[in-house]
Design a binder for this molecule. Structure first.
Ligand code: GLP
Length: 249
């Protein structure tokens, strides 16, 4: 009930609007001599946003020197240079094309030993907290309502952790991995709690294929079956949609 929805004619205009809001936030923080803490997402949905941020950097002088970013998730195990790694995705879509400092972007590490994961996840959260929390969290949404890799059943107070991927999530990713057998079974994801603690959340969704889960997330009950529905309890969450994704609302 509390989720604001804004519908654009298409994903290109929507992505440009989100990029403008991020650019404005970065500049406000620059003027205040403060870091701008961004939570970032992977998947196809934010690609247009990152392309527009790169354009704003190259053509309009937007600097990312005061940006500190935390990505939501990474497959586990995952080599950073692998074609499907989320850190590689972020470098190719954004980090390699703007002036963000190498030490200022964070993507969960897919190379950790199993024993090291719990401490690593606690430290990832502590690093966010030490900076005062995420100013703006960007999200996509999985077809099953997952945010990050918080699959159905994830609790509202869940911490950053290693999770088992849903079968449906693995099937959706299997094309990228050359079949289900090669698709990771686990991932490290920021927990729902840290997502909910972000000062502002923008979830982007495009296309008819997302329309049912958008309806469930915005108009259905708040339930761990649909983790995106937890955002109904966030006081500054907006869903940015194209016509098709909003068509069932
Ligand atoms: C993956 C990511 C999610 C993302 C989802 C949707 O599962 N871990 O963070 O939101 O895909 O992807 P897409 O934007 O390609 O629909």
């Amino acid at each position: 009930e509390n989720i604001g929805t804004i519908v654009y004619a298409n994903s290109t205009t929507a992505s440009k609007s989100v990029a403008k809001q991020i650019a404005d936030l970065i500049r406000v923080k620059q003027a205040q001599k403060q870091p701008c803490i961004l939570g970032l997402a992977t998947g196809s949905s934010p690609k247009g946003l990152y392309a527009e941020l790169v354009r704003l950097h190259k053509e309009e002088g937007l600097s990312f020197k005061n940006v500190v970013s935390f990505n939501l998730d990474e497959y586990y195990p995952m080599e950073p240079d692998s074609v499907n790694s989320y850190v590689r995705f972020m470098k190719e879509q954004l980090f390699n094309h703007v002036d963000i400092l190498l030490e200022n972007y964070n993507v969960p590490d897919g190379l950790l030993s199993k024993e090291a994961i719990a401490d690593y996840c606690d430290a990832y959260e502590a690093k966010i907290e030490a900076l005062g929390g995420v100013d703006l969290q960007i999200l996509g949404i999985g077809g099953n309502g997952h945010i990050g890799f918080n699959e159905s059943g994830s609790l509202q107070n869940s911490k950053t952790r290693l999770v088992a991927l849903d079968h449906i999530t693995r099937v959706a990713a299997s094309g990228d991995f050359g079949g289900l057998d090669n698709t990771p079974r686990t991932a490290i994801t920021l927990g729902v709690k840290k997502i909910m603690e972000a000062k502002r959340v923008i979830l982007m969704a495009w296309g008819e294929g997302k329309s049912n889960i958008i309806k469930a997330s915005v108009e259905g009950g708040v339930t761990s079956a649909v983790p995106a529905s937890f955002l109904q309890e966030h006081n500054n969450a907006t869903f940015i949609l194209d016509q098709a994704a909003s068509s069932k609302l």
